[in-house]
Write a protein that binds this ligand. Structure first.
Ligand code: C5P
Length: 223
């Protein structure tokens, strides 16, 4: 199959990562989770004892650090300066501050440049918030994946329960998701929004497989 790029954007907990990973696997493409890159910067900021408010120090640190994304059968491993942070970037301490870090213009510029570079050779399924609008505006297929806040919270809750990482109530999760939606949609630079040419998919009452199959069906017209 000829390679092309797929951009999957949408709010927190819409199932983007799982779906992007499955679509990439089915097509033999590479999955790139861009949220992990913002999380990696947030992790490093915390390791260095910086506050997200110390913008110039945060920007200097981000420019010094090395982020590596290694595709695996399960998705993607994330390394910061050679340290495997794949699990560490998923903690609440990171989730609480990542949207603030992601609202810093110079951080976005740095990470978006890396993401654009990854997409040059095509065959990428990239998920995030600004992929269809800024990172790969020429992606051959753009999906904007959403679901209701309560459905997204419930999915995250079940996911965390089954992985034994659940430290929040369902209610707290819903509040956190709504808070991040708010920050991501209202930030000045590259806010979360659907690209004009992105296909809107509401997965509230769809299974993961139904969403994946629909996207794979859309891919058929691209080859
Ligand atoms: O996708 P995930 O929930 O891991 O992303 C964490 C945060 O990173 C988001 O809430 C958002 O603030 C930020 N992000 C972003 N642009 C992207 C991907 C993620 O601003 N392309």
């Amino acid at each position: 199959m000829d390679k092309f790029n797929i951009a999957i954007d949408g709010p927190a907990g819409a199932g983007k990562s799982t779906i992007a990973r499955l679509v990439a696997g089915a097509l033999g493409f590479v999955y790139v989770d861009t949220g992990a890159m913002y999380r990696a910067v947030t992790w490093k900021v915390q390791q260095e004892g910086l506050s997200p408010d110390q913008e110039s120090e945060v920007i200097a640190l981000a420019n010094r650090m090395r982020i590596e994304l290694v595709p695996t059968a399960e998705g993607q491993q994330v390394y910061v300066d050679g340290v495997d942070v794949t699990k560490a970037i998923r903690t609440i301490a990171i989730t609480d501050h990542v949207s603030q870090i992601a609202s810093i213009g110079a951080i976005r510029e740095l990470l978006v440049a890396m993401q654009k570079q990854m997409a040059v050779s095509k065959g990428i399924v990239m998920d995030g918030r600004d992929i269809g609008t800024h990172v790969i505006p020429d992606a051959e297929l753009k999906i904007f994946l959403t679901a209701s806040v309560s459905e997204r919270a419930e999915r995250r809750f079940k996911e965390m329960q089954s992985s034994g990482t659940c430290t929040m109530t369902l209610e707290e999760l819903a509040q956190d998701i709504a808070r991040r939606d708010q920050l991501d949609q209202n930030r000045e630079i590259s806010p979360l929004r659907r690209a004009d040419d992105a296909i809107l998919m509401d997965s509230t009452s769809m299974t993961i497989n139904e969403v994946v199959d629909e996207i794979l069906g859309l891919c058929k017209s691209k080859v």
